[in-house]
Design a protein. Structure first.
Length: 603
């Protein structure tokens, strides 16, 4: 077959070697031997394959060597040897002037690259990730002027060649989990086009070069899980930086004041930085910041300048215990000033206070807070949708919670002292698992809050005075009245489509008598009347009693969900219930009430 152009033998486990005679196929453009697991010997000579553009040997896990004359494949554009057993590339590889792609990831026995790689003038992508025995990159790598992407994640390299700074076209460099990497060369300032630098998991890297601040195009910097103790002062010169993650940098002790120069920064992750106990006041100058995560860090208070962050949408402070519950009043410093504005000095500007009104998500879980720590004007956060107050010391919720008009989700899990709820915003999702002291869902006027979705797993005290079915009936009745009003206003207005289902879980095992279709087991069959799909039928109200037969082991999650099958079509109903270490495990019997709006199901 001298005119053969494509040879596809992917997954052929009976192929043990490629005969040298293959080089007579001078019109062959593609040779795919991917996952030929038993291939141990490739042709000793391939120089005759003048037209070959793609050679795929990935997954040939027993292949230890490539032909010495690989460099004579003058048309080769792609070489895939990832997952093979090769120890080195032939030195002739540098003669390949056309290949834009070299994939070598997970070559576990690869120990070096030949210096001839500098001759790969057209190479754009080098992937060496997972080559765990590769301890060094050749200095000649810096001569590949067209190189745009280098991935050496999971290798054993201790340092980068100084010539790396000559790669002015390099856009992305990943050195993730290079556990032996101890430093970056000062020549990194030559990386004029670099946008993405990933150094996460480089546990021996304790310092970044000051020259990093001259990498003007850098947009994303990830040093999470590294050993760095501080950032260079020059970091503030990276005016184009959009995202910076220092998550789990256990040795990080401070941030430089120069971070105020990060004019484009939107996402700053400092979670898990346990030795970091203070943020610089200049953080308030990072005007584009939208997301700040300091959860699990050693932060004791936020700088007052936080009020200058007009675009801040998310703050995560979970697990930041601080010195005392009072210390977290600094979070709401701008709102405290509203109460005292008659005493504000003349030079103070109230313009900065409007910034925190952009918050949509706030995590204050496990911060050792009591209700006194939340200011009375907390309701100023008009755009707040997601509020997590789990694992705190509240006995009752602050009244200001009821003023959060946009609130959709309120998380109170494991607030073990919580006894009552305040007036809640209309139709909010409340997750209050393991609130063992919670004795009522009613507000101070004795009226039930309008809970759209309620998770009250192991809240046994709540159902001592008021039965679970009574609570569920009150909530469902309120919900159906609201939904009925919505149906009178035309086809699914936006406000009503957002509350298209009701969902409530609490301790109990008594199914209310008004559920007239019953079954034991995991399914129930209901015969519907022909006219039931008319507009006067609102939807399905369902009740399920369940119990976990044994506790779930650590790191294991279990979900319960419900589906509807009608005329052979399957519809998913409700979001289901998730159990596990984070979500809580039910003790004894629990009952799940849910309702699905018919109009939503039909859509």
């Amino acid at each position: 077959m001298p005119h053969l152009e494509v040879l596809f033998l992917e997954g052929c486990t009976r192929l043990y070697e490629v005969d040298p005679g293959i080089e007579v196929l001078d019109e062959l453009t593609m040779l795919n031997l991917k996952d030929c697991k038993n291939l141990v010997h490739f042709a000793s000579s391939v120089r005759g394959l003048k037209s070959l553009k793609v050679l795929n040997l990935s997954g040939c896990s027993k292949l230890k060597k490539l032909p010495d004359d690989m460099g004579h494949l003058e048309s080769l554009e792609e070489l895939h040897v990832n997952g093979t057993d090769i120890r080195e590339l032939p030195s002739s590889i540098g003669m390949l002037e056309r290949p834009p792609l070299l994939k070598m990831e997970d070559c576990k026995d690869l120990v070096c690259l030949p210096i001839s790689v500098g001759g790969l003038k057209s190479l754009k992508v080098v992937n060496l990730s997972g080559c765990s025995k590769l301890g060094k990159l050749p200095e000649e790598l810096g001569h590949i002027a067209c190189l745009e992407e280098v991935d050496a994640s999971g290798t054993s390299i201790r340092e980068l060649p100084c010539s790396i700074g000559m790669l002015e076209g390099l856009v992305s460099m990943s050195l993730r989990v290079c556990k032996n990497l101890v430093c970056l060369p000062s020549s990194v300032d030559g990386l004029k086009s670099l946008k993405d630098l990933n150094l996460s998991g480089c546990s021996k890297l304790d310092k970044l070069p000051n020259e990093l601040g001259f990498v003007a195009c850098l947009e994303k910097l990830d040093v999470s899980g590294s050993g760095i103790r501080e950032l260079p002062c020059s970091i503030g010169m990276l005016e184009g930086l959009v995202s910076m993650s220092l998550r789990d940098c256990k040795h990080l002790v401070c941030l430089p004041s120069s971070v105020g120069g990060l004019k484009s920064l939107k996402d700053l992750n400092l979670s898990g930085c346990t030795k970091l106990d203070k943020l610089p006041n200049d953080l308030g100058l990072v005007s584009c910041l939208e997301k700040l995560d300091v959860s699990g860090s050693g932060i004791r208070e936020l700088p007052s300048s936080i009020g200058l962050l007009k675009n801040l949408k998310e703050i995560s402070l979970g697990g930041c215990k601080g010195q005392s519950p009072k210390s977290w009043n600094m979070i709401f410093y701008p709102f405290q000033l509203l109460q005292k504005r008659s005493h504000i000095t003349a030079g103070f500007s109230l313009a900065c206070l409007s910034s925190l009104h952009s918050l949509t998500k706030l995590d204050l879980s496990d911060c050792n807070l009591s209700e006194e720590a939340i200011p009375s004007d907390f309701g100023c956060l008009f755009l707040l949708k997601d509020l997590d107050l789990s694992k705190n010391q509240f006995v009752r919720l602050p009244e200001s919670i009821g003023q959060l008009s946009s609130l959709e989700r309120l998380c109170l899990n494991s607030c073990r002292k919580l006894q009552t709820l305040s007036e809640l915003p209309f139709h909010v999702w409340v997750h209050a698992n393991n609130c063992i002291s919670l004795n009522t869902l009613a507000n101070q006027r004795g009226e039930f809050n309008s809970v759209l979705e309620g998770r009250f797993i192991n809240c046994f005290k709540m159902v001592e005075n008021e039965s679970c079915k009574s609570i569920a009936l009150s909530l469902l009745t309120s919900y159906l009245k609201f939904q009925h009003c919505g149906s009178l206003h035309g086809p699914e207005p936006e406000a009503y489509s957002k509350v298209a289902r009701f969902d409530f879980v609490a301790p109990g095992n008594e199914i209310p008598e008004w559920y007239n279709h019953r079954s034991v087991g995991s399914s129930i069959t209901v015969e519907l009347h022909p006219g039931c799909f008319r507009n006067n039928w609102m939807g399905f109200a369902t009740c399920v009693v369940f119990r976990l037969l044994k506790p779930l082991p650590p790191l294991v999650e279990l979900s319960i969900s419900c589906g509807l099958t009608a005329d052979g079509q399957v519809f998913r109903m409700c979001g289901g219930i998730l159990f596990g270490e984070e979500w809580g495990q039910p003790v004894l019997d629990h009952i799940w009430f849910f309702y699905e709006w018919m109009r939503k199901l039909c859509n």
